[in-house]
Design a protein around this ligand. Structure first.
Ligand SMILES: [Zn+2]
Length: 276
């Protein structure tokens, strides 16, 4: 992949009506952005025929697609049926995302549920090894990307993700820099962003920096971590310094903007990146 592509998490606000994914992809192309994340966050409600249309539109407009799996996934659920449902939701996302031509699937892995984090890690790792093996068996060319999470009650610290992705074949991280900042209040300067990129390269190799999946937004947080997403310029997030670090390390891949104003901040990120 060449360079970084910028886009929105969800259909842009300025898409023409009906505000569906197809019109969203067309709007992304009109705005000069490069990618968009399909939000299956409340469930995968797309037929195979619709997925074919989406794939066609993305191909024609040369827009790269990724998918966000449903929020209702917890690979550390204590009830057996919730655990099975979580795995089913991930595999449904894999099926539809692959039909749409998306290469990456982002998901929220688990809650600690007051369990010991190392135990949660082992449980999650075992399940994800099974799911990635199933994706391989189905011959689907999609990568699962556990997301770096913003609340301290959620599994998915930088360290957990890097360990998980180095130990489970077929897993690559989704680095949400706003969440990383919200979790600790730190990670908000050029030097800290650079150190994160260095850690990723050290643990997963240069290939990881050549195919990154990044989430960015403004964020409000407290001692429990993430409270809500904000527009970049209403937050304390030092996105210019992040973009500078990404540029200097020649990071490649997709930057998905999850600010409430979506395309406005996605375009601002792209313009700022081109200038730094
Ligand atoms: Zn997410």
């Amino acid at each position: 992949m060449e360079g970084l592509l910028f886009g929105t998490g969800g259909v842009p606000h300025s898409a023409s009506k009906p505000k569906n994914l197809i019109n969203g992809i067309k709007r992304i192309a009109e705005l000069g952005l490069g990618c968009t994340e399909m939000e299956f966050v409340y469930g995968v409600r797309m037929t195979d025929a619709e997925a074919d249309l989406v794939a066609n539109t993305a191909r024609k407009t040369r827009i790269r697609l990724t998918a966000h799996a449903p929020y209702y996934i917890n690979l550390n659920a204590h009830e057996h049926d919730k655990l099975i449902a979580s795995q089913d939701r991930l595999l449904q996302t894999v099926h539809t995302a692959a039909l749409c031509g998306a290469a990456d699937i982002t998901f929220h892995t688990a809650f600690y549920m007051k369990d010991n984090p190392p135990e949660v890690y082992t449980r999650v790792k075992t399940i994800l090894a099974g799911i990635t093996a199933e994706i391989k068996r189905q011959n689907k060319f999609v990568s699962l990307r556990p997301e770096l999470m913003g609340k301290v009650s959620q599994f998915g610290t930088l360290e957990e993700l890097l360990n998980l992705c180095s130990e489970v074949e077929g897993l690559v991280p989704c680095i949400d820099f706003a969440h990383l900042h919200a979790r600790s209040g730190k990670y908000n300067s050029y030097y800290e962003f650079t150190s994160v990129l260095n850690q990723i390269e050290k643990k997963l190799g240069r290939a990881a920096l050549d195919n990154m999946h990044i989430h960015v937004s403004g964020i409000r947080y407290n001692k429990s971590g993430e409270m809500l997403h904000l527009n970049l310029r209403e937050s304390d997030f030092q996105y210019s310094e992040l973009l500078q670090a990404l540029k200097e390390q020649n990071v490649k891949g997709l930057v998905i903007c999850e600010s409430p104003n979506l395309e406005e901040d996605a375009m601002h990120l792209q313009e700022t990146y081109n200038k730094v």
